[in-house]
Design a protein around this ligand. Structure first.
Ligand code: SF4
Length: 414
């Protein structure tokens, strides 16, 4: 298929998001310097609402790991962590983030003048709902900073999420409160948790609407846009600014829909991305597809910050339900049902599976899922071998050749 030069359509709301993200990082940095607020580190689908409601500012090491990837700093950091016994085969967010700490560098320094390090935590709080790596990652920092480590152990590989599953998680969430009260020096206030959860629910609902705009033909949004614009849904959920931001972004996308503006001009093929992004290749991958009139427009990954079950009237149980129903927590059977719904809803022609070498937890192509889904739905797929952060595990030429061959296959199928 002929390669055409096609720009990736820019989202105007990006300027507003950049400001909100800068405010977020500077507030954390000020707190770390002045000690005017306590700081908690939290996993990306950890109990951020509880931490925020108890007055903590929240830093997300995975967000920092993704920044290391997107700035292509990660690959040089990983060996530092390897030298401390953390294998090159485990999560490259973990190894890049720990490596950057050991080297005393951060991508925040370049993006936000005046910030020279990540904010030191007063407590680290994880949920193993996504993987065990986060527990080991946070344990390393707890030892390094000599601060408390708290965690939630989630059942994994779940097909049907039952009362027994989420009630046990709700109890673990409640058990976080006494130690957090001690660390924060503040009494837990249920009304504040309900307020924060209500904002988080609203953010989640708006983020879902943003992602769902991609069901329109042509789609006003790409998966690659989503990986950038999900920032507030990850690090600012539970705040008013995240809600404000997604109202602005949604309005812009609805305007595109009204005017039939496509994110990828001449959209010919619509694809679904299953797995982690390749952070150091976001732009390259966006262009690889857009130049071939193909929009990778939806993904499991960006959908991971949709928490439709949040209910401010029943905070702990509804948080437990939402954080346990996540795709990554579930069995292959439940995951396949989910992807089938996505294929239908987003009207996709094919699926790209990213087999990320250092993240088996988000690589769903290793146990026959692509073959089973193709047999059931008739929707073909392509598996790309790579990694979220470690660029030594990526072959750009092979990816390009395989994508071109896959698009030829879709063309012939038409
Ligand atoms: S889910 Fe994957 S990328 Fe995320 S923290 Fe776990 S191992 Fe790392």
């Amino acid at each position: 298929m002929a390669e055409e030069k096609k720009p990736v359509l820019k989202i105007q709301a990006a300027g507003q998001m950049k400001k909100y993200m800068a405010d977020y990082f500077y507030e954390l940095n000020d707190a770390a310097k002045t000690h005017n607020r306590k700081i908690a580190w939290c996993t990306s689908v950890g109990p951020a609402e509880i931490l925020r409601a108890m007055g903590f500012l929240v830093h997300f090491p995975e967000n920092h790991g993704a920044m290391l990837g997107a700035t292509r700093m990660a690959t040089d950091m990983i060996p530092e962590a390897n030298a401390r016994g953390y294998s090159p085969d485990i999560c490259s967010y973990l190894t890049a983030d720990v490596g950057a700490y050991l080297k005393g560098v951060t991508p925040l320094a370049k993006a936000y003048p005046g910030i020279d390090s990540v904010p030191k935590p007063d407590v680290l709080v994880y949920n193993t709902n996504q993987c065990r790596d986060v527990q080991d990652w946070f344990a390393w920092y707890a030892d390094e900073f000599k601060v408390p480590l708290l965690g939630i152990q989630t059942h994994r590989g779940v097909t049907d999420v039952t009362d027994a599953h989420y009630l046990s998680i709700a109890r673990q969430m409640e058990a976080l409160i006494p130690p957090l009260e001690e660390i924060s020096g503040k009494k837990f206030d249920m009304a504040e948790l309900k307020r924060v959860l209500s904002l988080s629910r609203e953010c989640s609902g708006l983020w879902k609407k943003v992602l769902d705009t991609a069901a329109t033909v042509p789609s006003p949004l790409t998966f690659f846009d989503g990986t950038i614009h999900m920032g507030p849904a990850v690090v600012l959920r539970g705040t008013q600014v995240a809600v404000d931001y997604y109202k602005t972004l949604l309005a812009e996308l609805e305007e595109r829909i009204k005017n039939r503006v496509a994110a990828v001009e001449g959209e010919r093929f619509r694809l679904y991305w299953e797995g982690m992004p390749v952070w150091g290749r976001l732009r390259d991958h966006a262009e690889l597809f857009s130049k071939r009139k193909t929009n990778v427009l939806a993904s499991t990954y960006c959908n991971s910050w949709i928490f439709s079950d949040f209910d401010p009237d029943d905070p702990f149980v509804s948080m437990a339900r939402a954080y346990t129903k996540l795709f990554i927590v579930r069995s292959d059977e439940a995951k396949e049902e989910y992807i089938k719904n996505m294929i239908r809803f987003f009207k996709v022609d094919g699926i790209i599976y990213h087999d990320a070498k250092t993240c088996p937890n988000n690589s769903n192509c290793r146990y026959g899922m692509p073959q089973r889904l193709e047999k059931e739905t008739g929707i073909p797929s392509l598996t790309i071998n790579g990694d979220l952060n470690d660029l030594r595990l990526i072959s750009d030429e092979q990816t390009k050749t395989n994508v071109e061959a896959f698009l030829e296959q879709l063309e012939e199928k038409r």
